[in-house]
Design a protein around this ligand. Structure first.
Ligand SMILES: [Zn+2]
Length: 231
């Protein structure tokens, strides 16, 4: 986790040797200060949230946009299960919104389990990071598939472009089945992916390799999340 409470202030660790206590499990946290990692807090015996992933600059950059009290909020469902939302955007009317920042691969089963948990009491956005490194070619494969749209459709005032995934490893098929709202962060550009839940008629009309996206700015994405902040 990136943030923990130290003397009444929620923050990243600043120095080796600092300690804190996890508000989720009550366990002790240790500062990790490393030249190769962002400064973060580590549980002694592994993170109490089995859904946590190793976090890097991409997570930090997004979390730092929001007020720190909205970040890394432990939520408990009716059955008493707890997980830490990456960002919880409060709402003055209706359910607050869980924004999950997803950098690492998850299976479709994991996707549905997390959606079931968070959607029990909240709205939910995924922000899926597409990137390129020695493990992933997702941003390259996505951008190679963005040619002239096969078609365009307007759904609820949004213009969607239909494209065909022409590369290997079409992981968007999984995200098309999401029951939440799915946004893609492709090297800083934001796309809203048409999903069965949010755009049923459009997605039902697509062939298996096709996907539909609407382009939006980062500010539009923040606004869609219900956050009244400027970036
Ligand atoms: Zn914990």
């Amino acid at each position: 986790m990136i943030y923990a409470w130290v003397d009444g202030v929620k923050r990243q660790p600043k120095a080796k040797g600092e300690t804190s206590v996890c508000t989720g499990c009550g366990g002790k946290l240790f500062a990790v200060i490393s030249p190769t990692r962002i400064a973060h807090w580590r549980h002694r015996g592994g993170d109490c949230d089995s859904w946590s992933e190793a976090e890097g600059p991409w997570h930090l950059q997004w979390k730092s946009i929001f007020p720190i009290e909205w970040c890394e909020v432990t939520l408990k469902n009716q059955a008493g299960e707890t997980h830490r939302a990456d960002v919880l955007v409060p709402s003055s009317c209706g359910a607050s919104l869980v924004l999950e920042l997803q950098h690492s691969f998850i299976t479709i089963e994991e996707m549905f389990i997390r959606e079931k948990f968070y959607k029990e009491d909240h709205r939910m956005f995924w922000l899926v990071h597409l990137y390129q490194d020695n493990k992933s070619n997702s941003s390259f494969n996505f951008e190679m598939s963005l040619n002239t749209p096969l078609a365009t459709h307007e759904v609820k005032g949004k213009k969607f472009e239909v494209h065909e995934w022409i590369m290997r490893g079409n992981f968007l098929e999984k995200w098309k089945s999401s029951t939440a709202h799915v946004f893609l962060d492709v090297r800083g550009r934001i796309f809203y992916l048409a999903t069965l839940a949010a755009c049923k008629d459009l997605v039902s009309s697509l062939n298996p390799k096709e996907f539909a996206i609407a382009r939006l700015t980062r500010q539009e994405f923040i606004k869609a999340a219900g956050a009244v902040i400027n970036i």
